[in-house]
Ligand binder design. Structure first.
Ligand code: ADP
Ligand code: MG
Length: 475
């Protein structure tokens, strides 16, 4: 049998699989693709720069051992980084980067455009001896990594957060942008990073602030004529955490000042951590130059947690509160409240409260009543699954057909309608809509929405489809 990149890599994988945790294997090795083999060098493609750094930091030894076994002492490993283009508008491209020198597994050298700091942006402000000011971090110590339970839904964001916390400003995740829907843990994770940094580096100045408060401070500073003090204050911070940056949309003055602060911090190797309820590509009324800065680092999404993660979040909460609860009740709640961790916690808190106020036993009936209250309040938002079902029923096709790769016109139209309604009726990002409707990318969804808009105004029959389905979705 001839030796190919694939065969070499498969043998390495076999060895690695036997030597690390299954979950780690799944997370960090399954996504890798062996690309080519030339002499002693195996090229592997990894999904992101983050991925590459993680491998280098945690798995370089085992990679070296396994590859040396296959290719001998002169073995080399070349990483090819597949850029995360999900959130940008450009075509995907690949690039090669050198593996770091501390690794004995060497690779060839090519430029890295990722960390491209803009050289013409100079610090426009001078800070006069303001160094020794003590700044309160505004961090909530209850929001720790320990309490932030890991699951598939948050693994990337959580590990990126840990990486940033151990080397603030020293990784390529700068800024680190954590995005995701309401109640999925953005604020918690942002605090956890700050708390961990304070723990590891007590001398660093860390500041947590909501974008709303930041905006208010800025407006006040303009009123009081001390805009420069405001800027100086923010420029001496080592780790700046701004929560809910979507709040800046439409606020050009605040965006402008933030842009300057951001550049200053970034150029000085300071860490910036941002959260947002949307991916950068979906943010509206945020200046392009700011959006492009957001994309410099890593955008990591918090998705809705799966059932197992929901159960462990509940159990952890009960454990911390010292409350015992039968498993079937915990599972009942986790099964029925799916889209928001805050509501999950809310339900369990009211359950405990109800039972202690009314001296009632916590049983499944009480759980049912409480869950109903929570679910009723949140049911208004239709799900993407439901939209796909309504649309495919309307056109009398099944969901698999709707999601298929076919270019048949009526199926394409049905799929585009499903995407259009998902954008209209849910808060999901374009990327997330695409991934749920036939694994398409965000550009396809955007295109679908535009096409539906166009057809609705030019094609009577099509307009009728849109009206009919809208009715079905609104009842
Ligand atoms: P967001 O800022 O995204 O709206 P929060 O960070 O306020 O959400 O989280 C809502 C609640 O859910 C908080 O009480 C938080 O502690 C909890 N929570 C979210 N994700 C997790 C998790 N993975 N593990 C434990 N608790 C979580
Ligand atoms: Mg929040």
């Amino acid at each position: 049998m001839s030796v190919t990149a694939q065969s070499v890599w498969n043998n390495c994988l076999e060895f690695i699989k036997d030597n690390i945790q299954p979950q780690a294997y799944k997370t960090w090795f399954e996504p890798i693709v062996a690309v080519k083999l030339t002499d002693n060098a195996l090229s592997i493609q990894v999904p992101s720069k983050f991925f590459y750094e993680w491998l280098e930091e945690h798995y370089v030894k085992i990679l070296k051992v396994s590859l040396t076994k296959e290719l001998g002492e002169k073995a080399k490993l070349v990483y090819i980084i597949k850029m995360e283009n999900t959130y940008g508008n450009k075509q995907p491209f690949t690039e090669k980067i050198p593996s770091s020198n501390r690794s004995a597994v060497k690779s060839q050298e090519v430029d890295i455009p990722l960390n491209n700091k803009n050289p013409e942006l100079r610090n426009p402000f001078v800070i006069p001896g303001i160094r020794n000011v003590k700044i309160e971090s505004q961090l909530n110590p209850n929001y720790s990594f320990e309490n932030f339970l890991e699951g598939d839904s948050n693994r990337l964001a959580r590990s990126a957060g840990l990486a940033v916390a151990s080397k603030p400003g020293g990784t390529s995740f700068n800024p680190l942008l954590i995005f995701g829907g309401v109640g999925l843990g953005k604020t918690h994770l942002a605090h956890a990073i700050g708390v961990d940094i304070k723990d590891k580096y007590p001398e660093k100045t860390v500041l947590y602030i909501s974008a709303e408060k930041f905006t208010q401070q800025y407006i006040d500073s303009v009123k009081k004529n001390n805009r420069n003090d405001f800027i100086h204050f923010y420029q001496i911070i080592d780790v700046l955490i701004i929560d809910d940056v979507q709040f800046l949309s439409g606020k050009t003055g605040t965006q402008d000042v933030f842009f300057h602060i951001f550049n200053h911090l970034h150029q000085n190797g300071k860490q910036v951590i941002l959260t947002s309820d949307k991916a950068p590509v979906d943010m509206q009324d945020i200046e392009q130059r700011l959006l492009s800065r957001f994309k410099w680092g890593l955008s990591a999404e918090l998705q809705t947690p799966d059932f197992e993660t929901r159960v462990s979040i509940l159990k952890n909460k009960l454990y911390r509160d010292g409350v015992e609860m039968p498993n079937d009740i915990i599972e009942y709640i986790a099964k029925n409240i799916k889209t928001n961790v805050r509501e999950l916690e809310g339900a369990i808190i009211s359950l405990i409260a109800q039972s202690s106020f009314n001296k009632k036993e916590i049983n499944i009936d009480l759980a049912r009543i409480i869950v109903e209250k929570f679910v009723k309040n949140t049911k208004r938002e239709v799900s993407i699954d439901y939209i796909q079902k309504v649309v495919s029923d309307y056109f009398q096709m099944d969901i698999d057909t709707l999601q298929s790769k076919t270019r048949k016109r009526h199926i394409v139209q049905a799929r585009q309608l499903a995407m259009f309604f998902a954008k209209k009726f849910t808060k999901a990002s374009l990327a997330s809509i695409g991934s749920q409707i036939g694994k398409r990318d965000h550009a396809t969804v955007l295109h679908a929405c535009k096409t539906v808009d166009n057809l609705t105004s030019t094609d009577k029959q099509f307009k009728k489809y849109v009206e009919d389905i809208t009715k079905k979705l609104s009842v």
